[in-house]
Write a protein that binds this ligand. Structure first.
Ligand code: LLP
Length: 387
C-alpha cells in the first residue's frame, strides 16, 4: 500500500490501466445526492462522455443520477447501466436519424435540440412512431468561460446551440409542430470552470431570457444549465471532492426559478475526475543531452489530455522513496507531443517503477485510442482488491 494505492496487488497486473478508487467516487456521489435531497426541484444528469466505464456507470446510476448523452452509443450504455429512460437527456449538434429513433423508441426524458433542421427531423421521426418528443432548446448564451479555448462552448462563435435572437421564432415553430413538445431551455458554457463568476453570468443571462419568455406567455418547465464544474488537478489529495456547495449555491442564489420549474445539471468531470488514476510502469530511464526522461508504457493513446489541451495532471512515483530528481515524463508513441509532463520532480525513478497519473477519471478512458496499434487501456476498481 502506497498512499491510497494497493501497490502489492498492482504487481500482478499488466500496465497501463485505469485504477478507480470507488470510495472517492461514492463520497462525491453522496455529496451530489445530498444537494438534490435538499433542493427537491434539482436533477443531476451524469455526463457519460466523461467516463463510460460500465462498472462506474452502475455505481453512478445507483445514486439516483440521470444521464446526459451525446450519442446513440451513450444512450445504450446508460440504459444498460440502469439509468431510467426518463432521466436521459440527449444533446449533440449532429444527431443522426438512427440515434433520434433510439431515443424516441426508449421514450427518453428530453432531446436538447441544437438547430431548426434537427427540430424538424425529430418532429417527422416522432410522427412516424406516433409519439411526441419532449424537446429543450440549447441556447448559445454568448457567455465566455475562463478555461481552455478547446473546451469553451458558450460563445457566439462556437458551433453549439441556437442563437438567442432566434429563440422566439424557434419556440413559435415548435408550438406549430404536432409531434414535439417544447419543455425547456438548455445551456452549457464550457468545462473545467473554477471561477464561479462564469456561472453567475450564465444565471443572469438565463434570468433575462426567462423574463422575455414570460412576457410572451411561454411556459418553460425546465432549465438545464449544463455541466462544467472544474476540479483541482494540482491537489487531488487536498481536494478529492469538488466544491459542490459553492457551485450549487451560485444557482440557488442567482437563478430566478419559477415555482413549477425543475433545474437540471449535467456534471461529468466533477463526478469522476478525482477517483481515477492512470497506472503505468517505467519502461526505461534515459539520459538525453540535457534532460532525463522517464519513458512510460502509457502514452497519449491512453490519456490524451496533456497532449491535446496542455492539461496538467499530477504524476507520482509510488515505487520509490529516494530523493527527488527532475524528469520529462513521456510515452512510447512516435510523436513528439507524447509527453505527460516536462521537468517534473519525481522520487528517483528506475525501470519497472509504478508511476501514477492522477485525476484521470474524466476524459481519460473515454478518449483513449488504438493509435500505433496499441491496445486500449484496461481498468480496475479498488473494490477488486483486498487492502
Ligand atoms: N453538457 C454538455 C452539453 C457538454 O458538452 C459537456 C462537456 C458536459 C455537459 C459535461 O461537462 P463537464 O461537467 O464534464 O465539464 N475532453 C475535454 C472536456 C470536453 C467537455 C465536452 N463537453 C477535457 O478533457 O477537458
Amino acid at each position: 500500500m502506497k498512499g491510497s494505492f494497493p501497490i502489492e496487488s498492482f504487481r500482478q497486473l499488466e500496465t497501463p490501466f485505469y485504477y478507480y478508487d470507488t470510495a472517492v467516487l461514492r463520497k462525491t456521489l453522496a455529496a451530489i445526492a445530498n444537494q438534490t435531497r435538499c433542493n427537491g426541484n434539482y436533477r443531476v444528469h451524469y455526463a457519460i462522455k466523461a467516463n463510460a466505464n460500465s462498472k462506474l456507470l452502475r455505481i453512478i446510476s445507483s445514486y439516483g443520477l440521470g444521464a446526459d448523452c451525446v450519442s446513440g452509443g451513450e444512450i445504450q450504455a446508460a440504459l444498460e447501466a440502469g439509468f431510467p429512460p426518463e432521466s436521459i437527456v440527449f444533446a449533440g449538434v449532429g444527431k443522426t436519424d438512427k440515434e433520434i429513433l433510439l431515443g424516441l423508441r426508449n421514450n427518453i426524458g428530453c432531446f436538447n435540440v441544437e438547430s431548426i433542421p434537427e427540430l424538424e427531423v425529430i418532429d417527422q421521426l416522432a410522427a412516424r412512431l406516433s409519439t411526441t418528443a419532449r424537446v429543450a432548446f440549447r441556447i448559445n448564451p454568448n457567455v465566455g468561460a475562463h478555461t481552455h479555448a478547446n473546451i469553451t462552448t458558450g460563445l457566439a462563435e462556437n458551433k453549439f446551440g441556437i442563437a438567442m435572437e432566434d429563440l422566439d421564432w424557434v419556440v413559435a415553430l415548435a408550438e406549430g409542430l404536432s409531434h414535439v413538445r417544447f419543455v425547456g431551455l438548455h445551456f452549457h458554457i464550457g468545462s473545467q470552470i473554477l471561477d464561479m463568476s462564469d456561472f453567475v453570468s450564465l444565471c443572469n443571462r438565463i434570468n433575462d431570457l426567462q423574463g422575455h419568455l414570460a412576457n410572451r406567455k411561454t411556459i418553460v418547465e425546465s432549465i438545464n444549465v449544463g455541466g462544467g464544474l472544474g476540479v483541482e488537478y494540482r491537489h487531488p489529495n487536498r481536494k478529492p471532492i469538488p466544491d459542490l456547495d459553492n457551485y450549487f449555491n451560485v444557482f440557488h442564489n442567482h437563478l430566478k426559478l419559477q415555482p413549477h420549474q425543475t433545474l437540471h445539471f449535467e456534471l461529468g468531470r466533477a463526478v469522476v475526475a478525482q477517483c481515477g488514476s492512470l497506472v503505468s510502469r517505467v519502461t526505461f530511464v534515459k539520459q538525453g543531452s540535457f534532460k532525463q526522461f522517464a519513458i512510460l508504457d502509457a502514452g497519449f493513446s491512453d490519456l490524451i489530455r496533456p497532449a491535446f489541451y496542455q492539461a496538467y495532471h499530477k504524476i507520482e512515483n509510488i515505487s520509490s522513496d529516494e530523493e527527488k530528481q527532475t524528469y520529462d515524463v513521456v510515452g512510447p508513441i512516435c510523436e513528439s507531443s507524447d509527453v505527460f509532463q516536462k521537468a517534473t520532480e519525481l522520487n528517483k525513478t528506475h525501470r519497472g517503477d509504478f508511476l501514477v497519473i492522477r485525476s484521470a477519471g474524466a476524459y481519460g478512458e473515454t478518449m483513449a485510442s488504438c493509435y500505433n496499434c496499441r491496445s486500449l487501456p484496461m481498468s480496475h476498481l479498488s473494490d477488486e482488491f483486498h487492502f
